[in-house]
Design a protein around this ligand. Structure first.
Ligand SMILES: [Zn+2]
Length: 139
C-alpha cells in the first residue's frame, strides 16, 4: 500500500502520464481508498486548470497586443528611416548643386584672371551710346 507522501510525490508524474504501470496501479489503488488524497488531487487539478486558463487568456490577449505593438513600432521606425533617408537625399542634392554652382563660378573667374593679359590692353569703350553710334555708323 502506497503512503500519502508517496502519492503526493507522484501526482505530477501521474498527470503527465509518465508513471510506470506498476506505480500507476499503486497510485490509483491509493486514490480509491484515501479520501484525503482524493481531495488533494481535486485541489491540485483545480489549481492547475485555473492557473493555466488564467495564464492562457492573459497570454493570448497580450500576445495579440504585443504583435500589433511590435508591427506598429516596426512601421513607425521604418517610416522614420525612410523620411530621414529622403531628407538626407534632398539635402545632399541641394548641397551638391550648391557646390557645383560655386565651383563653376570659381572656374569662370579663374579663366578671366588667367586670360587677363589678353583683355587688359584692349581699348575700353566707356559709353554705351558711343558703341551704339559706332554700330549705326557701320551700317
Ligand atoms: Zn492518501
Amino acid at each position: 500500500m502506497e503512503t500519502c507522501e508517496k502519492f503526493h510525490e507522484n501526482v505530477i508524474l501521474y498527470m503527465e502520464g509518465s508513471l510506470k504501470s506498476q506505480e500507476k496501479e499503486k497510485f490509483v489503488l491509493h486514490l480509491k481508498n484515501c479520501k484525503r488524497c482524493q481531495r488533494y488531487l481535486k485541489y491540485i487539478q483545480m489549481l492547475i486548470s485555473e492557473k493555466v486558463s488564467d495564464a492562457d487568456d492573459e497570454y493570448w490577449n497580450n500576445l495579440t497586443k504585443r504583435i500589433i505593438d511590435n508591427i506598429n513600432n516596426f512601421c513607425t521606425m521604418a517610416e522614420l528611416r525612410i523620411l530621414r533617408l529622403k531628407g538626407l537625399f534632398i539635402g545632399l542634392l541641394c548641397l551638391s548643386f550648391l557646390i557645383m554652382t560655386v565651383l563653376k563660378e570659381h572656374h569662370k573667374n579663374q579663366e578671366i584672371v588667367r586670360h587677363y593679359h589678353l583683355y587688359k590692353d584692349l581699348p575700353v569703350i566707356e559709353k554705351l551710346d558711343e558703341l551704339q553710334e559706332l554700330c549705326a555708323f557701320e551700317k
